[in-house]
Design a binder for this molecule. Structure first.
Ligand code: HEC
Ligand code: HEC
Ligand code: HEC
Ligand code: HEC
Length: 445
């Protein structure tokens, strides 16, 4: 009974699906409107405010963020030269593009992802074009066997994949040198031995990649030249070229080890790193290393979105990466090593030692000099629009207690680019306001 109902409802829904692919994209003008704000927060650091691929991170990335105004897309289920389907774009944003700086945005809500792609399509000026139709569905792959792999190898050689991808699939074929993409950026042929693919590693993902090609790159479309089960045989062969990857060994030196992990995730695009080079979308991590506690950094890296906004004046937010446990350890040690503190723990005071008098003068000073920019939880609230600096009710455990004195006395000395200015603070005033803030913060938690 149940089965029959499913079949009937599928039949009823079918004309709707068919109509949709001929008609407008399933996105609204409202999506575009809201999408702009989400795009500015999550995507503009790389793709630029205008979508031209010129965001502040771009200069520091080897594989350049896409210029949407050029209108070419690599990850599609549509014919070569066609725009991607709405589902293709949603998948790209949800999964990210492995092997490039683009992280998975699975931590956004499905609505937010839909809104960002509505805005991307607007930037590419193809939002109003009809929803493109995907190529005929690949159907089910036949069972993989030694025979299908051998057959695939034959096709791989016959079709000339070997010219670019090389006989062992290392991306080192005779035609692989000096290739460029449509914009003249150098491009590497994919190395199949790593088993990592930009558009997903399922056989069906690979099917779409070589059948429809990767527009804008030298990777051609093979829709005409290979048909039927030969397509699946080719995939079986390509996947068989994967070799086990050696386990990464990190050097002992925390800076050296940190450089390896930050290179893997392209942190430099958004952050200045230990050598003073990097983008300005996020804070200079040399400054962060001077103030942050190592435990806070670990918790933050595991889920940056759980913490909420840190620096209200920065429009962009930190993406969530899927680090493994060891990578978190390495990154946290790297951040604090840059700060050169002797103790990586954020020190906390014993508030019972503070006098009522000092706390009272600290509070008065806070109201006079800090409320121009800082909120202090529910204890001293300022309007959202005025909040430029972090909410100081959250400093305990995050910011080192000793660091705070030097910072309040002379923030520019620690970070010449900081937006914080409180000139003419005496050491007594700094100590009093700090102690008031830390006591309040420790009671807030
Ligand atoms: C840290 C940098 C970075 C951020 C942030 C980023 N991207 Fe990307 N994105 C890239 C890079 C690099 C590429 C090009 C990859 C390639 O050519 O293989 C890319 C490519 C794309 C593509 C093209 C896919 C295709 O089929 O060719 C789309 C669409 C896209 N990004 C959407 C987004 C959206 C939407 C956001 C925000 C939710 C975003 N990106 C955030 C770096 C980024
Ligand atoms: C003219 C050179 C060239 C030829 C010929 C070629 N490729 Fe590629 N291929 C590339 C380049 C370059 C890339 C990387 C594209 C990019 O990063 O945007 C690529 C990427 C790929 C990918 C990776 C997709 C992903 O999601 O990362 C697959 C799979 C692939 N090629 C399969 C094939 C197969 C199968 C053939 C033969 C039928 C073939 N290629 C022939 C140049 C070539
Ligand atoms: C697309 C840009 C982007 C990328 C890529 C990025 N970050 Fe961030 N990061 C930010 C932004 C923006 C903030 C500030 C967030 C806020 O204000 O809420 C931040 C904050 C941080 C902080 C907290 C610093 C402080 O002073 O509170 C740390 C630590 C950090 N990032 C580490 C990393 C590491 C490690 C990587 C690479 C694995 C990385 N980030 C990649 C944008 C980025
Ligand atoms: C003109 C605005 C402004 C004023 C006034 C100001 N701050 Fe700040 N403060 C900031 C900003 C902005 C930051 C974050 C660093 C940055 O982005 O440059 C910050 C950071 C801090 C931090 C580190 C917090 C963290 O979580 O990283 C502390 C502690 C701090 N301020 C204390 C104070 C105290 C105490 C006062 C009053 C005596 C004060 N600030 C006055 C703008 C201000």
């Amino acid at each position: 009974m149940k089965i029959r109902w499913t079949m009937i409802s599928l039949l009823l829904a079918w004309p709707l699906f068919a109509q949709q692919s001929a008609g407008k994209r399933p996105l609204s003008d409202q999506d575009v409107k809201v999408g702009k704000a989400v795009y500015m927060r999550e995507c503009a650091a790389c793709h630029g405010e205008k979508g031209d691929g010129q965001g502040p991170a771009a200069a520091f990335l080897e594989i350049k963020p896409r210029d949407f105004t050029k209108k070419y897309f690599k990850i599609r289920t549509t014919d070569s030269g066609q725009p991607p389907t709405t589902a293709d774009l949603l998948k790209t944003v949800e999964h990210g593009i492995p092997g490039t700086a683009m992280p998975s945005f699975s931590f956004l809500t499905p609505d937010e992802r839909r809104q960002t792609i509505a805005y991307v399509l607007t930037l590419a000026d193809i939002f109003d074009d009809p929803e493109p139709a995907p190529i005929a569905a690949p159907g089910k792959a036949p069972k993989k066997s030694n025979e299908t792999i051998a057959k695939g190898k034959e096709i791989y050689e016959k079709l000339g994949c070997v010219a670019c991808h090389g006989s062992a699939g290392k991306g080192d074929g005779p035609s692989s040198a000096n290739l460029t993409d449509n914009e003249g950026n150098p491009i590497k042929v994919r190395d199949f031995t790593g088993g990592q693919f930009r558009g997903g590693s399922d056989p069906v993902d690979l099917y779409y990649r070589f059948v429809t090609g990767m527009d804008g790159s030298p990777m051609p479309a093979f829709a005409e030249t290979v048909q039927g089960n030969d397509r699946w045989a080719l995939i079986d062969y390509v996947m068989s070229l994967k070799v086990p990857q050696p386990k990464v060994e990190y050097p002992k030196d925390p800076i050296e080890a940190g450089r390896m992990v930050t290179a893997k995730y392209n942190c430099r695009g958004c952050h200045v790193l230990d050598d003073g080079q990097g983008g300005v979308t996020g804070p200079d991590l040399r400054v962060s290393g001077k103030k942050l506690g190592i435990d806070w950094v670990k918790t933050f890296l595991k889920d940056p979105r759980a913490y909420g906004k840190i620096y209200p004046w920065r429009e962009a937010r930190m993406p969530r990466f899927n680090f493994d446990k060891q990578e978190i350890e390495v990154l946290a040690a790297y951040v604090v090593a840059m700060g050169k503190r002797t103790d990586p723990i954020a020190k906390k005071p014993d508030p019972s030692k503070f006098t009522a008098e000092e706390l009272e003068s600290g509070k008065t000073f806070f109201v006079l000099r800090c409320t121009e920019c800082h909120n202090l939880g529910k204890t001293i609230e300022i309007p959202e629009a005025k909040r430029q600096g972090p909410d100081l009710a959250r400093v305990a455990g995050r910011v080192d207690y000793d660091f705070a004195i030097d910072w309040i006395m002379n923030p520019q000395k620690i970070d010449p680019k900081t937006k914080m200015t409180v000139p003419g603070v005496t050491p007594e005033q700094a100590a009093a306001v700090r102690n008031f803030v830390w006591k309040t913060s420790m009671e807030t938690k």
